[in-house]
Design a protein around this ligand. Sequence first.
Ligand code: PLP
Length: 397
Amino acid sequence: MNLDIYNNLKRGVESTYINLNPIQRGGVLTAEARKAVLEFADGYSVCDYCFESRVDLVQKPPVRNLSADIAEFLNMDDVRFTAGCRHAKWAAMHMVTEPGDTIVLDSLAHYTSYLAAEANQLKVVEVPHNGYPEFTIDPQMYAEKFEEVERKTGSLPALALLTHVDYRYGNVADAAAVGKICKEYGVPFLLNTAYSSGIMPIDGKKLGVDFLCASGHKSWAASAPMGILATTFEWSQQVFEKSTIRGDWSGRGFTKKEVALFGCSPVFGAPVMSLMASFPAVVKRVKHWNEEVENARYLASQLERIEGFHQMGVKPTEHTLVAFETFPFYEVSATTKRRGYFLYHELKKRKITGVHPGMSKNFKLNTYGLSREQVEYVADAFIDIAREHGIKVGAST
Ligand SMILES: Cc1ncc(COP(=O)(O)O)c(C=O)c1O
């Protein structure tokens, strides 16, 4: 065993570079969060003053307040902290469905939605998207799928899941319309806000959401693994059901512990404290969502000046995660020694990172949190790379 490899660990990504990695933009810590992470880095440091056997009830540091404030911020009634959005989805499914049930989900759902269903022994029925180039989800298709499930199984689906913003094209789905259909049919509605809450304003009640799942490390400026499961008063008791198990020999029971949270939230320590320390900044930043989208639209318009480049998904984009089809770069890659990696290296030379190494035919990027100057710099860099490789660039409009 060579233990030296664990010394002096470094991330290997220059902090001065512009990072366009779609999954990373919304999880960049605030300065306050960096301080809190150091202060609470030790294992169970959040539990110094735990008197009620659950992290979400701890008052010093104010985790109890944070739960209530996040519920208010999302316009939901009750909140718990989970090990990522994936755990939140698993937990909601686990507590409101039975093995063998069917759930309906959008065909742009993240793999963790499918795996959460699989781990709960659920069958999935997909709502199709409308295909190239927009890939949108028609909310009305949820009603069609509900009826299809009822015809085939004799009962309505146990749950409907919608990915509010999908990870492939950054399309913002019409959650309110899906929420309304769910209410009409009486199907519980789970909204995956991994790419929306924490960066854009979300009102769970307005959207008709029963279970709102969020990702702290993706969109709330928190350290991983951090997730949020928010629900309504109607569901709270069932979703956060307390343990009833009893040792047959010892007679021991754990009646304060919540089953789907493994008793106590599994994210005490750095994750929850970074979420807490970033929360005031998050409350403020969602108010600037329109400016963020304007930056992404600007970048898309500049990249589309490059002949053969097309933005995919809804146009103009309604999110900061944007996907592009970039065939001319693919053609260039075939002529360079570095093949598909040429783009990665060209960007790296310009101190830009986060576009997946090896991608040149299409890629996605995220401008969230970048200044306008940084976005302009990125646009100029892509245009520069195109010109250097003989690709035509149209005039700026
Ligand atoms: C749409 C979507 N949902 C969920 C996840 C997973 O979130 P977490 O890592 O918090 O479990 C991702 C991660 O990329 C995602 O894109």
